[in-house]
Design a protein around this ligand. Structure first.
Ligand code: SAM
Length: 297
């Protein structure tokens, strides 16, 4: 077997040797292009100081590249059928910890403690598209010490991460990514770089975590409840979106007053608000400003 994966021949050889059957439910599209792999490693800025968590190593293609660039790699793979394959393709590397588990159940903070003394790690992945958002949100919201996240995602998702108000792609993911990190589009990647070929285009995006978010907000969790409420019903006005949300319990009057204090028209839609405006809105609610007004019950 070829030692270095990342080309069609060696990938096919591994697949055939193990009679591996691709599982659609796990979003399995393996990278077969060494240029893309090198670009990912370069964009992530991995050095021999770094500990990297790889989500979904597949047959271990990117894992080989990561192990050569990093000090330590923890690779988390859900598919039991890939574990024996990974044990073989990664056998020559002594700096890899292979974990058979669902990434959404793994305590990544503990991995950082265990292998990086709690210092910020790097996350690299050719993500299974079906769980891109929960993975990225989980890394940010669970306060995982992370330096940057360099991931292959569906092109459309990469677009969503970078846009602001006025675009149809603008949504809760855009705001969450932009509150926590600076997004940078590394490369667009066509379907022929994968086996099997996905139906959609892909893109590599790097999210560099801010030391301090670009906006100040007293209660970020409340801000994200407001954001989710606004985009869950994006055709509705902000007033109705906040009023209908099961996650919020403000009265109609409180909401109306907050919107007025924000200085936007009562008919405004949430999708037109900037991150700064959502932060200000959250502060109005959390500081009790609209609530404290005497005419509110
Ligand atoms: N990194 C490999 C590559 O680039 O060739 C494989 C990428 S493939 C798009 C996604 C990988 O994530 C698959 O190996 C899949 O089995 C794995 N995966 C899917 N869901 C997962 C989960 N919840 N936890 C961990 N791994 C998962």
């Amino acid at each position: 077997m070829e030692h270095r994966l990342g080309n069609p021949q060696s990938t096919i050889a591994v697949i055939q040797k193990y009679n591996f059957v691709f599982q659609k439910k796990f979003g399995q599209n393996f990278l077969i292009d060494s240029h893309v792999l090198n670009k990912i490693i370069l964009a992530a800025g991995i050095t021999k100081e770094d500990m990297v968590v790889e989500i979904g190593p597949g047959i271990g293609t990117m894992t080989q590249y990561l192990a050569e660039a990093a000090r330590h790699v923890a690779a988390v793979e859900i598919d039991a059928n890939l574990i024996p394959i990974l044990k073989e393709t990664l056998q020559e590397y002594e700096n890899i910890t292979l974990i058979h588990d669902d990434i959404l159940k793994v305590d990544i903070c503990r991995l950082a403690e265990q292998y990086n003394e709690g210092r910020p790690i790097k996350v690299v992945a050719n993500l299974p598209y079906y769980i891109t958002t929960p993975i990225i949100m989980g890394l940010f919201e669970n306060q995982v010490p992370v330096d940057n996240i360099t991931v292959m995602v569906q092109k459309e998702v990469a677009d969503r991460m970078q846009v602001g108000p006025g675009s149809k792609d603008y949504g809760a993911l855009s705001l969450a990514v932009q509150y926590y990190a600076k997004p940078y589009l590394v490369a667009n990647v066509p379907p022929n770089c994968f086996l099997p070929r996905p139906k959609v285009g892909s893109a590599v995006i790097r999210l560099t975590r801010y030391a301090t978010p670009p906006v100040q907000v007293k209660d970020p969790a409340l801000m994200f409840r407001l954001i989710r409420a606004s985009f869950n019903q994006r055709r509705k006005t902000l007033q109705n979106g906040l009023n209908n949300s099961p996650e919020l319990s403000f009265t109609k009057k409180q909401i109306a007053l907050a919107i007025e204090t924000l200085g936007v028209p009562p008919t405004v839609r949430g999708e037109t608000l900037t991150l700064e405006q959502f932060a200000r809105l959250a502060d109005l609610f959390s500081a009790g400003e609209p609530v404290s007004s005497s005419d509110l019950t």
